[in-house]
Design a protein around this ligand. Structure first.
Ligand code: SF4
Length: 409
């Protein structure tokens, strides 16, 4: 295995990947309440809760639930309404209903003993592949690999799985790969350790590889510049799409710009006023409305200047850009909103999307309906290419914007 660019071979290799993982887990294992006095019932309850809830959020719900229903018989004997009440706040109430139903099945058909094989567990209401394997391995030491989202991510990075690990084929490949190194004497701790690694070290966006006990055996780390690129994001990952209107308002050769609040997305960068287009609203109407609501000013001679599209890490946006001349009511200006000459604008830090808008405004003869000739237009000085710098958010790895805080573009 050749180390990736800029990486060195891990000098010491304490053992196999599973040995190193288990050694790390023994000293870094968090004292979570379902680990304190584990039994099949508590492990089951915890795994059901953790299906849709992060560990830190799940703890109080788990404690409340097992305090109210300390064992399977207590749960099975309780009315549904009480079970749901004890689950209150944890969300996804169907999980509680199915757990309750399954507990009743176990109490009625199995004398209250939770089954110990993957196959039997999978027969119970609400028990799928992962929970069956987790309960069987953690509670009964069955040698089964149990991979939830964290475990899938870790396994995908170890093996450099190219496909989406949530697909049945990729999951089967990952389970098979890990089954080959599953220690027969401790399958439960192995499964728990992988999840723990995924929750605390092998994070989705920024894995802490230098702190990872198994980096020596991780293909994503050894072979790629960016281990976080595995697993590959599904092609169809949905990013919300927003529509917003932006007004490039001019007055005596200056442009109205405003600074975004510090600390938030694109904090302290400057942009043109604007905001989200409401459903069913015409872009020009949104432009006038947003300008008025945001700055107190009005606009005359509003003319469309095209559409700028931009992608952020978590959403995409189309910005309907308008040129406008300041109307009878002037915008309120101050520390965070001002008129800027083209030269001043050139020196202000702008989000990438606003830079795109500036480019659009400067584009030669890009006529838009009703815009007429370019005579009298204010041209925005654009930062020379060599002096351009990405917006602060871009440097942070998030996407930039170009408008009003309400729309958070
Ligand atoms: S080396 Fe990095 S990517 Fe690989 S398992 Fe460890 S934390 Fe995850």
């Amino acid at each position: 295995m050749t180390p990736g660019p800029g990486k060195t071979a891990t000098p010491t290799r304490p053992g196999t990947r599973s040995e190193s993982l288990l050694a790390w887990f023994r000293t870094n294992r968090r004292p979570l309440p379902w680990r304190v006095r584990p039994d099949p019932y508590r492990i089951w309850v915890a795994e059901v809760l953790l299906q849709q809830t992060r560990v830190a959020q799940a703890v109080p719900y788990y404690e409340r639930f097992v305090a109210r229903f300390p064992d399977l018989r207590a749960l099975a004997g309780a009315p549904r309404s009480e079970v749901l009440r004890a689950w209150q706040g944890a969300g996804y109430y169907d999980r509680a209903r199915r757990l309750h139903e399954a507990a009743r099945c176990v109490a009625r058909d199995r004398g209250g003993r939770i089954p110990g094989t993957v196959e039997e567990l999978e027969q119970l209401p609400g028990v799928g592949r992962y929970i069956a394997r987790a309960v069987a391995s953690l509670a009964y030491g069955v040698p089964a690999v149990a991979l939830e989202a964290n475990g899938l991510r870790v396994a995908a990075r170890w093996t450099r799985e190219e496909a989406d690990p949530r697909t049945a084929r990729a999951r089967a490949r990952l389970e098979a790969a890990l089954a080959r190194e599953l220690p027969p004497s401790s399958p439960g701790p192995f499964n728990e350790a992988i999840m723990e690694l995924g929750e605390t070290i092998c994070l989705p966006e920024a894995p802490r590889c230098p702190a990872c006990p198994v980096s020596f055996g991780c293909r994503a780390y050894r072979e790629l510049d960016d281990p976080a690129s595995v697993p590959r994001r599904p092609a169809g990952r949905h990013r919300p799409h927003l529509r917003a209107a932006v007004v490039a308002l001019t007055e005596r050769g200056r442009w109205l710009v405003q600074r975004r609040p510090p600390g938030g997305l694109l904090g302290d960068l400057w942009e043109f006023p604007g905001g989200r287009i409401e459903p069913g609203e015409a872009p020009a109407h949104a432009a006038r409305r947003e300008l008025r609501e945001e700055t107190g000013g009005t606009v005359r001679r509003l003319a469309p200047a095209g559409v700028v599209r931009h992608g952020y890490s978590h959403f995409t946006v189309e910005l309907h850009v308008f040129r406008g001349i300041s109307g009878s009511r002037r915008p309120v200006t101050g520390r965070t909103r001002r008129w800027a000459t083209p030269d001043e604008l050139r020196r202000l830090p702008l989000p990438r999307a606003t830079e795109k808008i500036v480019d659009r405004l400067n584009a030669p003869d890009r006529p838009s309906p009703g815009s007429g000739s370019r005579r009298g237009r204010t041209t925005v000085s654009r930062r020379p290419a060599s002096r351009r710098r990405p917006g602060r958010a871009l440097r942070r790895g998030t996407a930039p914007s170009g408008g009003r805080s309400r729309a958070r573009r």
